[in-house]
Unconditional design. Structure first.
Lengths: 163, 189
């Protein structure tokens, strides 16, 4: 596969993953651009043959780029005032807050958020997710189940509120 | 759950990720387990809620265009990256050192001399850039590296003045680096 055929068909998937991992548009665009540059650089390392291989390969780069982005952001956060609300990864601190499903997703830890996006939105198999996230299939399976559990709690809390 | 079936297995079943034999065993369990059936119903509800409320997104057109250009095979365009932290730190130094000093004392030339030069900001060519390594850079690191290995009277320089004189070749190579940094930074892309 040519590099263009590896990357370009999967830009929506790449942007979606980056957008949910970074939680904002500007950073997501930066991550995807940076990932595309890395893809150009590491294209020789792509061993796959199918579009699905290419998607998993490129999404792995996007994912790793997003994690690098977060590390940098955490370094920045240490040097600026810590914003509790921005960096909160768990909403249990305020159980009465009205939580939309998307907010509940945003509040999940990064490693839970990525399995939800890759499975529920992109429809990747457990094996593909394990390749993208660099963790064993068993870990994908348990993370996915725990992530869903948390989202479901948020959903039923919301339903109770409406009732 | 005080239960032979683990929640993650039920999820894997819904995801079509169980081996056929395991899926078959689970199905026969489901026939007489209302608890597991409720669990699966709740999961299906969650799945449709996610489908409805957590959309797949489209890459914004400018991003697509930008990446398309990145992919286009062509003579590699010289590019330079800088580490935002290093840049921010150096700007802070400039701001609190050079700028204030410059404006208070009325020596505006201090500013022009410092901002975004390879002395105050560090630049690396993007081709050799990766996390965690020290790539070849466009700054005085080149001189530092030379000073690290130079021998004075047969011993490494003890870092005390006066420094050993720089050979003309090192001076020239440093000048060439600074010039290349300037050219690359100013190159229209």
């Amino acid at each position: 596969l040519e590099l263009e055929a590896i990357v370009l068909p999967h830009l929506d998937a790449a942007y979606t993953l980056a957008r949910y991992l970074t939680r904002n548009d500007a950073d997501a665009q930066d991550v995807v651009q940076d990932a595309a540059l890395r893809a150009v650089k590491y294209a020789g390392g792509f061993r796959g043959t199918t579009g699905a291989d290419a998607r998993a390969w490129f999404l792995a780069i996007v994912r790793n780029t997003a994690y690098t982005w977060r590390q940098r952001q955490q370094v920045d956060a240490r040097t600026t005032e810590f914003n509790e609300e921005l960096h909160s990864e768990d909403t249990r601190t305020d159980p009465t807050a009205s939580i939309d499903l998307q907010q509940a997703l945003d509040a999940l830890p990064l490693e839970f958020r990525e399995v939800i996006v890759l499975r529920e939105i992109e429809g990747l198999s457990y094996k593909e997710i394990s390749d993208v996230a660099g963790v064993p299939v068993g870990t994908v399976m348990s993370r996915l189940s725990r992530a869903r559990q948390r989202l479901q709690r948020a959903l039923s809390a919301q339903a109770e509120e409406r009732a | 759950m005080t239960h032979p079936i683990h929640e993650a297995q039920l999820d894997a079943y819904l995801d079509g990720e169980l081996e056929p034999a395991d899926a078959h065993a689970l199905e026969s369990h489901l026939g007489h387990c209302p608890e597991c059936t409720r669990f699966l119903d709740a999961r299906l509800a969650l799945r449709s809620a996610i489908k409805a409320r957590v959309p797949r997104l489209q890459a914004p057109p400018p991003l697509v265009e930008h990446v398309r250009n990145q992919m286009r095979p062509r003579r590699p365009v010289p590019r330079v990256v800088w580490r935002s932290l290093a840049l921010a730190a150096s700007l802070a130094v400039v701001a609190f050192g050079g700028w204030r000093f410059g404006f208070q004392r009325g020596v505006g030339a201090t500013l022009a001399d410092e901002v975004l030069t390879p002395d105050s900001s560090r630049f690396w060519p993007v081709e050799g850039y990766a996390e965690g390594i020290n790539p070849p850079s466009y700054d005085k690191q080149f001189v530092r590296d030379w000073l690290e290995q130079v021998l004075v009277d047969g011993k490494p320089w003890d870092k005390r003045a006066p420094a050993p004189p720089l050979p003309a070749a090192v001076v020239d190579a440093t000048v060439a680096r600074y010039r290349e940094a300037l050219d690359r930074l100013m190159a229209p892309d």
